[in-house]
Design a protein. Sequence first.
Length: 265
Amino acid sequence: MKINVILAGPRGRMGSQAVEMILENKDQFNLAACIDRKNNGMQLKDIEGLPDLSIPIFEDPEECFQETEADVFIDLTIPETGYRNTKAAILHNIRPVVGTTGFTEEQIRDLSSICEEKQLGAIIAPNFAIGAVLMMKFSKMAAAYFPDVDIIEKHHDQKLDAPSGTAVKTAELMKETRDSKKQGHEDEQETLPGARGAEVDGMRIHSVRMPGLVAHQEVIFGGKGQTLTIKHDSINRDSFMEGIKFSVKQVMDLEKLVYGLENIL
Ligand code: NAP
């Protein structure tokens, strides 16, 4: 049976590519409706650059979820809107697959507890690229041996949240294996605030924003007489689509919220 999908953010860089991915997999998925912040009552075919199809667009997520028969909801928008959309989808028993980054820990806990109550599957993944997931896994392994570690994440300059969800997730995973340590000299001082980056349990995260970039991260470990660098580059947004496709299928078999693609691979 085909999985009926609602997608929010169809005009965005990720959203428009996800629309293409859904249409390329017509044997498995059906795009039932889209949620957009404009174009209410129009159809995809009315929007320049989107496929020539009669798929309805809603501005109000509540109305969309009420009027559309759907199994899965994909959110590729911005954190505030994404959180509201995702909560509404769950309350309508529609399983979310969320690529939007920047949800707070509290928001994730909140969504997780509603899913648990309802025994409804959900996936929130700060990075849908398999290479990025492996980078995080390898970093977690290395952190057990190298407590000195800096993360440098680099993204395009239209990204709204910093540090990236992937960088935060990497730090969280490394915290599980790394001995807690404040890095650098104990007397070090920042003569320019922010020079040493953001701090997570003594680790440092640095965020670069540049036109021309997509999504890139280096995790640099240092030990006596050696350094180890684990690096991943998403060269284009195709890198995320396989993970979204996989998640839309997997979420149908889940009965709780899973945070991070590595937990379902
Ligand atoms: P984008 O090109 O800026 O697209 C964002 C979309 O959200 C646009 O359609 C935008 O509409 C819409 N939007 C903005 N504000 C809104 C609002 N208040 N209400 C409703 N819709 C709103 O961004 P993107 O590069 O596609 O990224 C989308 C999200 O995916 C971001 O959170 C990004 O960090 C995340 N991301 C995740 C992954 C992953 O693997 N998980 C990978 C890449 C990106 P307008 O054009 O009208 O503003």
